[in-house]
Design a protein. Structure first.
Length: 278
């Protein structure tokens, strides 16, 4: 074989190899996209297929846009709810995560009350919040989801979630529809009460653990996404009026991971238990 022909054949082999590798890589990317648990990362036909294959649980993560002191971003609840819901969905194996609802009741706007006294907080009324939740649940149900699970990351709207779920369940039951809405209190309790108890058992005081943007809140944020925390702002003792209730200075990702693991475990267990009880 002459040298030019040999080179041509080698080039063809190389080109074929590159094409095969590129094809496999594209197939891998397509599979990764299709395998996502996040509704917004799927196409409409992909979602239809997932529901038809048994993914009939819709998780609705509910966050909030509010002040979190000088050291943590306003969207903490939204990022946290999104990431935790994704991990819960993967644990369940038959769930899809709806987009996060970032607008929730945060107090009166005029005159400003509660978190609305701090820049960046966005608040809506209870009525608007409940109407949004109801339409989200109805939309998901229309597409074939049979269990709509509200995951509320904030304490202020837990009762509103319960009211919406109760109204939907009464209506669906009256017409013999097997669908059900669930306001998962176990998710919030795991993140607040259970996690605080875990930290207390390790010697941390309740005043340090805090109720908002303290040790517990900040540790969870560090474990899920360190970019949520401005670590340079953790040096000084929290000032009165800063919006912090607790002391975040000793927060670590390792402490937060304990809470993350518990929230995912407790939530998945509660959803499975509710599904079995139907």
């Amino acid at each position: 074989m002459t040298e030019p022909k040999c080179r041509q054949r080698v080039c063809r082999w190389r080109s074929a190899g590159v094409a095969v590798c590129l094809g496999l890589a594209l197939q891998g990317l397509a599979h990764a996209a299709t395998a996502s648990v996040y509704l917004e990362e799927l196409t409409s036909p992909e979602l239809q297929s997932r529901i038809a294959e048994g993914a009939t649980i819709a998780l609705v993560p509910i966050g909030g846009t509010e002040q979190n002191g000088p050291h943590m971003v306003l969207g903490k609840h939204n990022v946290r709810a999104h990431l935790l819901a994704g991990r819960i969905a993967k644990r369940l194996g038959n769930a899809i995560v709806a987009p996060v609802l970032p607008y929730v009741p945060e107090g009166a706007i005029t005159p400003p009350q509660a978190h609305m006294r701090y820049s960046g907080t966005i608040s809506i009324t209870d009525a608007a919040f409940e109407a949004l939740l109801e339409k989200i649940a109805r939309s998901l149900h229309q597409h074939g989801f049979r269990e709509i699970v509200f995951l509320g990351d904030h304490g202020g709207y837990q009762q509103a979630m319960q009211r919406v779920a109760a109204r939907l369940n009464r209506e669906w039951a009256q017409r013999g529809d097997p669908a059900r809405a669930l306001a998962l209190r176990a998710y919030y309790d795991a993140a607040q009460n259970d996690y605080a108890a875990m930290l207390k058992a390790q010697g941390y005081a309740a005043s340090e653990i805090g109720e908002h943007a303290g040790l517990a809140d900040t540790s969870l944020a560090l474990a899920l996404d360190p970019a949520l925390v401005r670590e340079g702002a953790l040096a000084g003792e929290p000032r009165a009026g800063s919006g912090v209730r607790g002391d975040p200075r000793r927060a670590t990702a390792a402490l937060g991971q304990q809470g993350v693991d518990h929230i995912v475990d407790a939530s998945a267990k509660a959803i499975r238990s509710a599904s079995t009880a139907r």
